[in-house]
Design a protein around this ligand. Sequence first.
Ligand code: PNW
Length: 468
Amino acid sequence: VDVLDERPGLTFPPAFLWGAATAAYQIEGAAAEGARTPSIWDTFSHTEGRVVNGHTGDVACDHYHRLRDDVALMAELGLKSYRFSVSWPRVQPGGSGAANPQGLDFYSRLVDELLAHDIEPWLTLYHWDLPQELEDAGGWPSRDTAARFADYTTLVADALGDRVRYWTTLNEPWCSAFLGYGSGVHAPGRSNGADAVRAGHHLMLGHGLAVQALRAARPTAEVGVTVNLYPVDPASDAPADIDAARRIDGLANRFFLDPLLRGSYPADLVADLRTVTDFDHVRDGDLATIATPLDVVGINYYSRHVVAAPVEAAEPEPSWREPSCWPGSEDVRFVSRGFPVTDMDWEIDAPGLVETLRRVHEEYTDLPLYVTENGSAFVDTVVDGQVDDVDRLAYFDAHLRACHEAIDAGVPLRGYFAWSLMDNFEWAWGYTKRFGMIHVDYDSQLRIPKSSARWYASVIRRNGLAAQ
Ligand code: PNW
């Protein structure tokens, strides 16, 4: 078989939105500047034992002071869009009350700089940095946090809505709820299954209220939410493995997709969670608010889950177990298939992206879809001032081919954002995992575009992939 036939050139639809993504706490630094107050990630990263090597976002990529240079790098890449997040405690210190003009000014300058380079700003309102004061008042398990989020949204919409067209309310509510309040590996580091479920609900309630606040402030805004999705496969066709896959699919995917896009929680998920919570935090009208109509749906895709039924316990149930991000399904086993993995140990599975996009379109919505994150961590080496990241480049290539396949299958996929523009603070992993197309030297803050960056620039220029 001719290699050229196996890897044909692929052209994407006209006006396909080619972008790259970052998040505030992962790149900005300047944690104590401009009247910003701490978020849960400042507290968490400054707590011993929470983040690898005690790394924090205090300085990160110092993007707060390098905004102009960083936008110039984006322009060199030819990005059509840049997805960034606003730090809530920067624009509304403490999470309530008046806006902080210094915080809003930073994002206003960023938006102006992007527009001056013909780069469409794509603004995410919440990428995990809850003001610490709101966590102290109960955090996302507390209903009032949803109302606070809508109030904050209005401040940002009033200040930036004249120039920002695309708005994402939440980034990956699964991570905020189940890693933040379930396993506790993310901030605020609490571990309680019922709290995680409540947090997930109040995040979605906050999303619905924020959509309404955005509509009121900016009727022409394109509004969406970003969920991280995984295909969940059973390790075998044994009924118990199939049931394990159903349970994990419920917690990982349908917990969010069903309320957001259908206005209800799946009955099987509610039943699976009966030992965890009776859902008494759900009030009349909440699901209608959560399902407030959207304009776009954002999907973050990294890998697939393959799961198997719990092993029959030879020992009696332990009275204490590791905090889990799968409440009620703690014993489900996650199986590796021996596929090549990234430096996160996540199996590389591009066909899973086709399945994910098709599922959302075919089972949930006709709305335009965007891949708002996709990418990979690999160990990079700087040789003669260059980083030849062939693994990362191949990951992007395979997943863009998957995007094209989904489009061919009828999915209204309108854009793709590479995660990430540059190496950054990878949450619990600190600076030890590099996802960037641009290498960052954390001592000098020198930026070096990697091979994947040059390659991505060529993809954007030709609106597609060259034959290989
Ligand atoms: C996403 N998990 O995080 C985030 O949106 C990014 O900020 C992050 O840098 C990127 O993916 C890479 O990790 C996730 O454990 C973190 O399943 C953890 C998980 C999923 C997504």
